[in-house]
Design a protein around this ligand. Structure first.
Ligand code: ZN
Length: 476
């Protein structure tokens, strides 16, 4: 795909690219490109988002109601120089020393990155410079008042950014990270750090692991990683600035009750919530993970009782959905076969309860893990051939988030498998993202001042709709 992106007159991307994703759960993540004529920022305004709460008092006084000026002020306040055109020259970048745990007070002086005085004036200037090699980082990946970005690796060196946060190890978040990464330190959880090092061969001197539930001070900002209930290593990232503002970036997450007991979130003000809005639509209803796991175990148990010579196959991404095959393994007391590269990844989690169940020979267990993309009748039929002397049929589970065909809501028993000969495939709604109702509950618990959606933002109508849900939730 050619890599280019226009900026609108306020310096925001006017094209939104849906990125290739490991999580092909949602029709909106379909890799299509939408041309947004009015620009991302103006669409955000049109959808009713009021940014004025983010502005400093002085700038609000100067520019009381002019939307466009507010936007410009916001851009200015966030401290990112508006690029005239992408700088393609390689540049040296100094790496910050490893973060220190919170021991000292925050110095307010170091919090604000000043706008580049040499940047072109804000106003009616065209920034439609096309370039085939570099995209420009959208504003919602930058944390205001800090030199931080989140999940913004595909933009090369980002001016003003001295710390690159990675929420979790899914391609649509780490894309752009590679062996040659040299643009600055990467902050992530220790598990994600191991994957970045092992799978992408990123120079370890750039990788800065941050333990969960531990306060760090990075560039004068307090940062805490919190369990996100998504894939292994995934974190919510909590930022506390010296001026008291708090921002929470959810990365990808599945909101759950446990999060309502996180000390940093209970009765604490969050000024801006960067929200995983993958399923921010009432049509997205699906059962709890626990219910889906019970259903999968029940089907497997019944099938093996009826047909003991069944090979059970679970589809999985390289990271994520591990609990599905682990649940079967635990309930039935059988090992899990995965190929060498998947075993290496699973072992890197340092989860003994999972590592201890793995085996390296497909003959040793009727429970196999395969890439989710290979769960097709023809592929599984071919796969079964290698084990024909032992198994005569396949029972496969494809753990997806949600598809339009799944109109059963929480009624798992209505799920019917697709069968072709001796191959039976169940699509099960095992989601590692929040359902619509879980999102609502989380937002109503947190009651943030502002919400910035981070998924499905490439379509103005979607953004409009999401903002109306947020307003409704916060009114209640
Ligand atoms: Zn993800």
């Amino acid at each position: 795909m050619s890599i280019s992106e226009n900026l609108d007159e306020n310096g925001f991307p006017s094209l939104q690219f849906s990125l290739e994703s490991e999580e092909e759960e949602n029709g909106d993540k379909d890799g299509s490109i939408e041309v947004n004529k009015e620009g991302f920022a103006s669409d955000f305004y049109n959808s009713g988002t009021d940014w004025s709460g983010l502005l400093e008092k002085n700038s609000r006084k100067d520019r009381p109601s002019e939307r466009k000026l507010k936007q410009a002020s916001l851009f200015q306040m966030w401290g990112f120089a508006k690029p005239d055109k992408p700088d393609l020259k390689p540049r040296a970048f100094s790496v910050s020393p490893p973060p220190k745990k919170t021991k000292r007070s925050i110095s307010g002086d170091s919090l604000n990155v000043r706008m580049n005085p040499n940047a072109p004036p804000l106003g009616k200037r065209s920034y439609g410079v096309r370039d085939d090699r570099r995209r420009v980082c959208p504003f919602y990946k930058k944390i205001p008042g800090t030199p931080f970005t989140v999940d913004a690796f595909r933009y090369g060196l980002i001016e003003g950014c001295s710390a690159y946060f990675l929420s979790h190890f899914h391609y649509d978040h780490y894309g752009g990270l590679s062996k040659g990464w040299s643009h600055g330190p990467i902050y992530c959880t220790p598990l994600t750090a191991r994957l970045v090092r092992m799978c992408l061969s990123v120079n370890p001197s750039f990788i800065c692991p941050l333990e969960l539930d531990t306060d760090y001070v990075i560039e004068g900002i307090k940062v805490t990683m919190l369990e996100a209930n998504h894939c292994p290593g995934a974190a919510l990232i909590h930022f506390r600035l010296g001026d008291g503002r708090c921002f929470l970036h959810t990365g990808d997450f599945r909101a759950c009750k446990l999060m309502q007991s996180y000390p940093l979130l209970v009765n604490q003000r969050v000024n801006v919530l960067y929200l995983d809005t993958t399923y921010c639509d009432p049509k997205y209803r699906f059962p709890s993970k626990e219910d889906v796991l019970s259903f999968v175990v029940k089907i497997t148990r019944n099938s093996l009782k009826k047909h003991p010579n069944t090979l059970v196959i679970v589809g999985a991404y390289s990271i994520g959905k591990e609990c599905v095959y682990r649940a079967i393994s635990e309930a039935l007391g059988i090992k899990i076969y995965a190929n060498a590269s998947r075993r290496k990844i699973l072992q890197s989690f340092s989860w003994p309860e999972l590592s201890g169940r793995l085996c390296s020979c497909g003959e040793d267990t009727p429970l196999h893990v395969l890439p989710i993309s290979s769960l097709l009748p023809e592929t599984l039929k071919e796969y079964l051939k290698a084990y024909m002397h032992r198994y005569t049929a396949v029972l496969a589970f494809r753990p997806t988030g949600w598809t339009y065909s799944e109109t059963f809501g929480n009624q798992l028993d209505l799920i019917k498998p697709s069968s072709k000969g001796n191959i039976m495939i169940y699509g099960v709604p095992y989601s590692e993202h929040s359902s619509f109702l879980e999102l609502r509950e989380f937002v109503q618990f947190l009651r943030p001042d502002k919400i910035i959606p981070t998924v499905n933002v490439g379509n103005a109508a979607h953004r409009d709709k999401m903002q109306s849900y947020f307003r409704e939730w916060l009114k209640a």
